[in-house]
Design a protein around this ligand. Sequence first.
Ligand code: NAX
Length: 332
Amino acid sequence: PLEPIRVVVTGAAGQIAYSLLYQLAKGDVFGPDQPLYLHLLDIPVMMGVLEGVVMELMDCALPLLLGVVPTADPAEGFKDIDAAFLVGAMPRKEGMERKDLLAANVKIFKVQGQALDQHAKKTVKVLVVGNPANTNALICSKYAPSIPRENFSAMTRLDQNRAQAQLAARFGVGIDNVRNVIIWGNHSSTQYPDARFAVVTKDGGESRVADSAADAAWLQDQFISTVQKRGAAVIAARKMSSAMSAAKAACDHMRDWWLGTTGDKYVSMGVISDGSYNTPKDIIFSFPVLVKDKQWTIVQGLELDAFSVQKLQQTGQELNEEKEEALAVCQD
Ligand code: NAX
């Protein structure tokens, strides 16, 4: 039998966590034989709500779930942790500037980085979902210097899943018949959803999305803007931000990191940039990656056309700006 692992979810009383916790506890991410303890971290005023979540987890009667640790104390929340889902963040309020939101949130991730550094396992895999996800992940890593930088990532999997779903619908195939669509850069409106290397399997044959001239205009125009604006479209309809799909994407991201990717099928993750594809170094940038033995590597050798070069530059520049702002806030 496998040794139990400890998994923390922050923002555990929030709406993404509400969908996420059940999937974790029933084995969707770490495998159907992996027992686990769940640490649920939120802020003090949410402890009452969190108690209800704990009751429900208990009532789910899941054999893999060995125990639950609800807490408002980061030291307890991050104690001996193997995998971390950092979902908790301050939501954008009416009239709040993007800058104010960034300032409030990077401070949270500084504190949590310090707590991870002191209390988590050095092998911990950290997935940041809370926005601005890329820059929060960078700050978290900076304040956890005893943990390798490769162990910090930001979620762009929801964007990838959205892009894949748009392609499946366009080509009239199942979601599993579309692979290798890429999300480059920041999880923000400057992200670049790139279908140039995406492959569609249909009627037993494979074709590259980019080879169909009929779809070229659609790919550069509607496809990109639909994916970029999907979050806003969900808010407009639901009056609340994406939660079910965000939780599913977080599970997909961590599962592929934990158990590995298959064959030449790559996935997008925000990871520390080594300058690949001429991106700025030392920012958390979403790249196509392959994963083996819990280590990701950036897929190399994909050709960038002029349009893509410009898109990567734009989103890289935004990440550099966010980094500067975040570092200034942390020094205050
Ligand atoms: P909710 O507001 O429902 O839940 C957030 C929870 O975090 C609350 O319970 C709050 O008390 C808690 N929290 C705040 N500060 C905390 C702290 N210092 N420590 C621990 N917990 C803390 O938001 P929800 O809809 O669950 O979204 C969470 C975050 O995910 C937001 O930042 C949101 O912007 C982000 N998203 C990121 C996505 C991505 O693709 N990377 C997509 C979905 C989502 O929008």
